[in-house]
Design a protein. Structure first.
Ligand SMILES: CC(C)(COP(=O)(O)OP(=O)(O)OC[C@H]1O[C@@H](n2cnc3c(N)ncnc32)[C@H](O)[C@@H]1OP(=O)(O)O)[C@@H](O)C(=O)NCCC(=O)NCCS
Length: 311
């Protein structure tokens, strides 16, 4: 028996706080509408994807009691890379001083769960990797049209990261995982090079509830679990009404959800590690607890995993 263990976690948020009142002042919207329809009260704007990723990655490595040079696999989940070439993970790798391999992964807002599953599989394959740094970082403010009330109020910038270490005597990290995509749904959420995000909000909402509930229900069934066995539910932070629908349909007690959406908005790849870190820092996790991760995003992608916390 061998497996990987989450040994560190960390986050980064830009300093600039943007409240709903700031949108109310210049768009045809209200704080009341935004809070009621999305659950978002404020978000952060600023930084670059690489700078946020470096800050979150450094914090996670320190928390794990490691040096960056101990990391031999770096996966950066992002949909807003600094440059077209090279991958932003190259910048992050150099600035942190990591060893070994690094690459970017883009599965939109489901990317962080895709990256966790990939890192765990690569450590488990015993192909030369011992310690992975899995970062989710995005600067969606760069690709959001700040004049479009339908999208401007939803997104924010940030980063979150975890360290995974392989141990010969650990139980498997993942009890079950599910990664998927329906490419026919591309037209409901996309961004052209040099353009802004285009979204059919209502359609994304409807499809997101369906695909995430199906995917999360599948991993629970594969792991032979029911929702009440989940100690912490870490959903993609896009809309509190989507999260509430998932909790209800999966039979997970609402107080088990990790939520940062009210303070961060939708930070894409960063949302799941931001919520996980917030819960871990608040002492909400104990060794052996089962965590359900579930994300969805443009593509339309989805990803769920049941993960064991600690050893
Ligand atoms: C975008 C979203 C919050 C809109 O909420 P909704 O309840 O579905 O609202 P609708 O789309 O039905 O729009 C209702 C009205 O509110 C308006 N509206 C949209 N944004 C608004 C805003 N910021 N303030 C006030 N009104 C707004 C719409 O224009 C529409 O007006 P109309 O009826 O005159 O056309 C919601 O659909 C959503 O969260 N979708 C998923 C988005 C998502 O998760 N994206 C990221 C995927 S990773």
């Amino acid at each position: 028996m061998s497996g990987s263990v989450i040994t560190g976690w960390g986050t980064a948020l830009p300093e600039k706080v943007v409240t709903n009142a700031e949108f109310e002042a210049r768009l045809d919207t209200t704080d009341e509408w935004i809070v009621e329809r999305t659950g978002i009260r404020e978000r952060r704007f600023g930084g670059m994807t690489s700078s946020l990723a470096v800050e979150a990655g450094a914090a996670a490595v320190t928390k794990a009691g490691l040096e960056p040079s101990d990391i031999d696999l770096l996966i950066l989940s992002t949909t807003t890379p600094d440059k077209a070439v090279p991958a932003t993970s190259s910048t992050v790798h150099a600035q942190l001083g990591c060893s070994g391999a690094a690459f970017d992964l883009n599965a939109a807002c489901a990317g962080y769960v895709y990256a966790l599953v990939t890192a765990d599989a690569m450590l488990g394959a015993r192909i030369g990797f011992e310690r992975a740094l899995v970062i989710g970082a995005d600067t969606l403010s760069v690709i959001t049209d700040m004049e479009d009330r339908g999208t401007a109020v939803l997104f924010g910038d940030g980063a979150g990261a975890v360290v995974l270490e392989h141990h010969e005597d650990a139980e498997p990290l993942m009890l079950a995982s599910d990664l998927g995509l329906d490419g026919s749904l591309l037209p409901i959420l996309y961004c052209e090079h040099g353009g802004y995000l285009k979204m059919e909000g209502k359609e994304v909402f409807r499809k997101a509830v369906r695909v995430t509930v199906d995917s999360a229900a599948k991993v629970l069934a594969d792991a032979e679990l029911t929702g009440d066995r989940i100690a912490l539910f870490v959903p993609h932070q896009a809309n509190v009404r989507i999260i509430d629908a998932m909790l209800q349909r999966l039979g997970i007690p609402p107080e088990r959800a990790a939520l940062v959406l009210d303070r961060t908005g939708n930070t894409s790849s960063a949302s799941i590690p931001l919520a996980l870190s917030d819960a871990a820092d608040a002492g909400r996790l104990s060794d052996g607890d089962l965590i359900l991760f579930s994300g969805f995003g443009a593509g339309m992608t989805w990803a769920s995993a049941v993960v064991r916390w600690g050893r």
